[in-house]
Write a protein that binds this ligand. Structure first.
Ligand code: FE2
Length: 145
């Protein structure tokens, strides 16, 4: 089973963001699979995810800036992105220190973070962008906010 199970709750109603989230989740799952079955592909899978994260975060940050949503949210959101990039790099560098423990810690952190971040911070961002731009999110997905 995949580390992160894609579901309708992931949708933000921002097509470019949704498309990139889908790829991000696929890359995270590829990394999880490599960790379980194919250690030789691990570095490759990690590099692909790490690079894509940077590209994806810059898209979200540009969309937030362009829409001009609440500056507190933008500041918090950009900070969360920066902390994630730094933490993943730190865990990756330390992965050989104590056999598989650090790798498992990294995978657990990475998958939990991506899941929570998309479901909460990114959807909150999307809700604010839709409100600011007067666009519609499909499926009334933000009724609980
Ligand atoms: Fe984000």
């Amino acid at each position: 089973m995949a580390c992160i199970q894609w579901g309708v709750d992931f949708y933000t109603g921002l097509p470019d963001v949704d498309q990139q989230h889908n790829k991000l989740v696929a890359l995270a799952n590829r990394l999880c699979e490599a960790a379980k079955h194919d250690p030789e592909l691990l570095s490759q899978a990690f590099e692909a995810l790490k690079d894509y994260v940077v590209e994806h975060f810059s898209l979200e940050e540009r969309l937030m800036d362009e829409a001009g949503i609440d500056s507190d949210h933008i500041r918090y959101h950009k900070h969360a992105h920066a902390l994630f990039v730094a933490k993943v790099a730190e865990l990756w560098e330390g992965r050989n220190d104590d056999e598989g423990d650090t790798l498992n810690e990294m995978l657990a952190f990475l998958t939990t973070w991506i899941l929570q971040h998309i479901l909460h911070t990114d959807r909150e961002m999307a809700s604010a962008i839709h409100t600011t731009l007067g666009t519609e999110a499909p499926h009334n997905m933000f009724t609980h906010y």
